[in-house]
Design a protein around this ligand. Sequence first.
Ligand code: PEP
Ligand code: MN
Length: 349
Amino acid sequence: MVVVMEERASEEQVQHVIAQLVEKGFDIHRSTGQLRSVLGAVGGNRSFDTRLIEVMDGVHEVLRITEPYKLASRTFKPERSAVSFDEFRVGGDEVIVMAGPCSVETEEQIAAAAAAVKKAGAKILRGGAFKPRSSPYSFQGLGEDGLRMMRAAADAEGLKVVSEVMDVSQIELVVGYADILQVGARNMQNYTLLRELGKARTPVLLKRGIAATIEEWLLSAEYVLAGGNTDVILCERGIRTFESYTRNTLDISAIPVIQKLSHLPIIADPSHGTGLRDKVAPMARAAIAAGADGLIIEVHPDPDHALSDGAQSIFPLQFDRLMAELRIIAPAIGRSICLEPVARRGWGA
Ligand code: PEP
Ligand code: MN
């Protein structure tokens, strides 16, 4: 941390600040210029509240140099991390796509969704069984029945499963069915849940909170990592802004920002990020062009009758087209993506 003193700060004020920093465990390197003193404070505690110094008499500005998170940072681990599954990794060179309905609704619906997304090249089936709905009167998900249906549909197609866990009490159950535990935007700051997920050995997909800064998001990831679970995938899903033409504002710039600050893989969710079906493909293309390690996309066999998020769910045909476009974009930025549509591979057999 660097403490810049005011020009008119007295020697007594400077000494007072130094004493306070030393008491908090910092080593001080002072440089005294013609106009002002600057204090370099090294060591101390990463979670030190710099405002304690900022409010002291004679202090002009306090600049934090080390990030408040550690395990999630590039400083701690300079090389990129990847989360490995049997035949692929999220965070490697290959762009990985997770797709499926917002909610698991029926056996037929999830089976049709699984077949469609697999055919187009997705590797992971998404679908909520526990749904964090804004209204308590909206469809809340099928619970364990939904998880069972989704696991069967994914297994039939050779897909992995990502599904949301909303509460500590659901972890054990969801771990039994899913390959990735999704923490929804509304739960990004549920620290009790994050701590418990740190004890799990199933990868976690951590969505960015609706009003969370990137630093808060990385601190949430830190909770999971600090618990010993190193498999964390970040997901930019749009933040709330003043804009009303879209449901959220997908913060594409968060992708390169995260990649500079952290070694963790990051994917984008253009479905919740825009809330509108016709905006999903353009934003998905943009996210991959910006360097995202993958996408999570809502695809429904009959979106107009979906029990949740129908307006932002794309048709299987639109998903096919999008995957074809991504096959052009990914190599242009040095990434690969499931090259052959799975259906085409089958034709020669
Ligand atoms: C979802 O994935 O369906 C969902 C509810 O996402 P979010 O937590 O980002 O709103
Ligand atoms: Mn949804």
